[in-house]
Design a protein around this ligand. Structure first.
Ligand code: NAG
Ligand code: NAG
Ligand code: NAG
Ligand code: NAG
Length: 202
């Protein structure tokens, strides 16, 4: 009865944790709150010695809290690294952008320099020369700008993918450790604390 109850409880908590990553930190604390209530109301340890129930709970509650804390630290690290990487990439793109603006200024000034030609013939010849020179630069600019856009988009996607892998890892570590701890807690309710653990905490 008690094993079935807490197995169902564990599974419910774990699936909720997987589904709602952002709220997981608060949720993990809430999980422990639920566990606390259940332990206190003797639902989990209904057939066990109340002293054993309390002993198990006192032993495993800090472990569960530590797992939650570790998860939140790990998760925030994933987000921080990703936003730093995105900021760095944006800074590089902004530098790159200056070179593009520079290049179009040069293209424009090739034409505006013709405006000082007073003779109409000189003016037309100047425009013709500027246009044939600049056409290559404009094609080049088009290629370079497309490549810059593709590379920036790819870079941001890669950062996002890395962040997702990182948060998924944090999530599954949390789930595995919580699940493992619930299993140990179940065993504790039945058999009491393992001798090794008792020695370790005393
Ligand atoms: C929490 O993280 C620390 C440092 O990474 C680790 O040594 C410890 O075992 C973790 N605790 C739990 C309960 O997962
Ligand atoms: C971002 O740039 C700073 C300064 O150049 C560097 O120290 C940091 O490691 C970079 N972070 C990432 C995630 O690329
Ligand atoms: C912009 O152009 C000027 C000359 O036209 C050059 O000296 C400068 O290095 C260029 N800057 C960049 C960022 O390309
Ligand atoms: C085209 O772009 C390449 C690489 O950015 C550069 O080396 C080359 O000088 C450019 N050509 C023109 C015509 O602007």
């Amino acid at each position: 009865m008690q094993t079935a109850t807490s197995t169902i409880l564990s599974l419910a908590l774990i699936s909720a944790a997987v589904a709602v990553p952002v709220a997981s930190i608060a949720k993990a604390r809430a999980d422990n709150g639920i566990l606390n209530l259940l332990a206190q109301s003797n639902l989990l340890g209904s057939s066990a010695d109340p002293d054993i129930t309390a002993e198990c709970f006192n032993h495993f509650s800090p472990i569960l809290n530590q797992i939650s804390t570790n998860f939140s630290v790990q998760y925030e690290q994933c987000v921080t690294v990703a936003s730093q990487a995105a900021a760095n990439l944006s800074a590089k793109a902004a530098q790159n952008r200056v070179a593009f603006v520079n290049e179009t200024s040069a293209i424009c000034s090739a034409f505006t320099s013709c405006h000082s030609d007073t003779a109409n013939l000189d003016f037309f010849n100047c425009y013709a020369t500027a246009a044939s020179t600049d056409i290559n630069e404009i094609y080049n600019l088009s290629t370079d700008a497309s490549n810059a856009a593709i590379s920036l988009k790819g870079g941001l996607q890669q950062i996002k993918d890395t962040e997702d892998i990182c948060t998924n890892t944090a999530q599954s570590t949390y789930t595995e450790k919580t699940s493992e701890t619930f299993k140990e807690l179940n065993e504790c309710f039945v058999n009491g604390l393992p001798t090794a653990s008792t020695i370790a905490i005393n």
